[in-house]
Design a protein around this ligand. Structure first.
Ligand code: NAP
Length: 449
């Protein structure tokens, strides 16, 4: 692991000690602290008043019981979480994840990342994250609704337009946000549109929110390639996952003239040399909620399903991990390099292990970290909040144009910051420093709170 500044090493040791066993959280903090040595060397005042220690400690952590009744009449118990990490820039903002792997360490890593990501958007939003170890797979609509209602029966007292504004993440899409919003409305007797984002269009959602994270990641990768006088045009691409982020990354890659050859889910991956048929993926995943193996069965021809294994074995020029944390390892990175990868963009949060990131950087392959590259989702959520506050509804084109402009700005700010701090082309360092400086400036202005 690369060395970090002595003072920051002590802060990291304290974080590890006080948050024992929360490995993903340690990993996320370490990555940011590795970048901050250069900032405090240049501007020591950012380390005053235990600012960095405070930034690593969530402002509030809520853990609660979520009881619900399944279709057989059995009472089930899950655990709910909301970590309100940092509100120096605005109300806490960040998604809810429903997945059996969720625990407090995962939610803390996501909330920590979210704080810097939201800062990078330039919008007035703080960082938070939440979720549950509930597994939505194989559950009926009725079970999903009862679970969401029970989850909101506790969460409602902690959220609000000016307090904390959740959205979706893994396992939480338009259907779940609808059930959560319905229960919030019922409990509070208020139609408070600004309390959740990712809403359906008919009750206050924003056009292009569904597409925003995947589109945004692709805009970022395109900007990265353009800065090297290249583009996605004609490139073979592989995207992992086949959920919200993956589907709309694939859609935008195609719009930029790239060809997506493979995508996956947690059981396996499909390869289709003719180019992934997106309408079929949408029907399987968004409408029927089936496994990606269905794709090969329905498509026939040369489409191939590989059970298990790694989607990163499929040769490509551009790789976009868009499933989950630590899904792309050092070994996968070496395979990608051997197969000629020229750019990597993280659609998911922290999908590349530290070893994978180092491998790409040492090979001089432009690498876009999730906290910058996937910020288009939360940025468009902030646009949804703007529309709700002004009781307005923008067109798709208007909203996507704002998204494209925001992504270009984030790209440029990461590139310029990396340059300013003596590490040109290092988007990880650029994103961490640019995000940190904005949060730190606000925290200093607000005093020790
Ligand atoms: P989603 O719609 O639920 O899709 C998740 C996809 O990843 C599914 O294909 C899922 O496969 C796969 N996956 C999940 N856990 C996995 C695991 N342990 N191993 C292998 N594959 C796994 O979720 P999403 O909204 O697209 O989110 C994907 C990533 O993007 C997450 O890291 C999320 O935090 C990040 N992100 C999302 C947004 C957003 O706006 N939605 C914004 C920023 C970042 P199965 O169906 O088999 O589980």
């Amino acid at each position: 692991m690369p060395p970090i500044d002595e003072k920051l090493e002590a802060i990291l040791a304290d974080v590890v000690h006080r948050n024992a066993g929360e490995e993903e959280f340690h990993q996320a903090v370490r990555e940011v602290l590795e970048s901050l040595g250069r900032v405090i060397a240049k501007h020591p005042h950012y380390a005053d008043q235990a600012l960095i220690e405070r930034i690593c400690e969530p402002e509030r952590q809520i853990i609660f019981r979520v009881p619900w009744v399944d279709d057989r009449g059995l009472v089930r118990i899950n655990r709910g979480f909301r970590v309100q990490f940092n509100s120096a820039l605005g109300p806490y903002k960040g998604g809810l994840r429903f997945h059996p792997s969720v625990n407090v360490g995962i939610i803390k890593f996501l909330g920590f990342e979210q704080t810097f990501k939201n800062a990078l958007t330039g919008m007035p939003i703080g960082g938070g994250k939440g979720g549950s170890d509930f597994d939505p797979r194989g559950r009926s609509d009725g079970e999903i609704m009862r679970f969401c209602q029970s989850f909101m029966t506790e969460l409602w007292r902690h959220v609000g337009e000016y307090t904390d504004v959740p959205a979706g993440d893994i396992g939480v899409g338009g259907r779940e946000i609808g059930y959560l919003f319905g229960q919030h409305k019922r409990l509070t007797n208020r139609f408070e549109a600004g309390v959740l984002t990712g809403k359906g269009l008919v009750y206050g959602g924003s056009r292009a929110r569904r597409e925003a994270t995947g589109y945004g990641t692709t805009y970022f990768v395109q900007s990265m390639l353009e800065s090297r006088s290249d583009s996605l045009e004609g490139k073979r691409c592989v995207v992992s996952g086949s959920g919200n982020v993956a589907i709309y990354a694939m859609e935008k890659i195609r719009a930029f003239g790239g060809k997506v050859i493979a995508c996956s889910d947690s059981n396996g991956y499909v390869v289709d040399e003719a180019g992934i048929d997106l309408d079929l993926v949408k029907e399987i995943k968004e409408v029927r909620r089936q496994r990606i193996s269905e794709y090969a069965r329905r498509k026939g021809g040369d489409a191939l399903y590989v059970e298990g294994g790694s989607v990163w074995d499929v040769p490509c020029a551009v790789a976009m991990p868009a499933a989950t944390q630590n899904e792309l390892t050092g070994k996968d990175a070496r395979t990608l390099l051997k197969n000629g990868v020229i750019a990597v963009g993280e659609g998911a949060n922290m999908p590349c292990t530290p070893e994978a990131i180092r491998t790409f950087q040492e090979a001089n392959v432009p690498f876009a970290p999730g906290k910058a590259a996937n910020a288009g989702g939360v940025a468009t959520s902030a646009l949804e909040m703007q529309q709700n506050a002004s009781r307005d509804s923008w067109t798709f084109g208007q909203t996507e144009a704002r998204l494209a402009e925001i992504m270009r700005r984030i790209h440029d700010s990461c590139a310029e910051t990396a340059e300013e701090y003596g590490a040109p082309g290092n988007y990880v360092l650029g994103a961490n420093i640019a995000g940190f400086v904005r949060v730190a400036e606000s925290m200093q202005a607000l005093g020790v709170v």
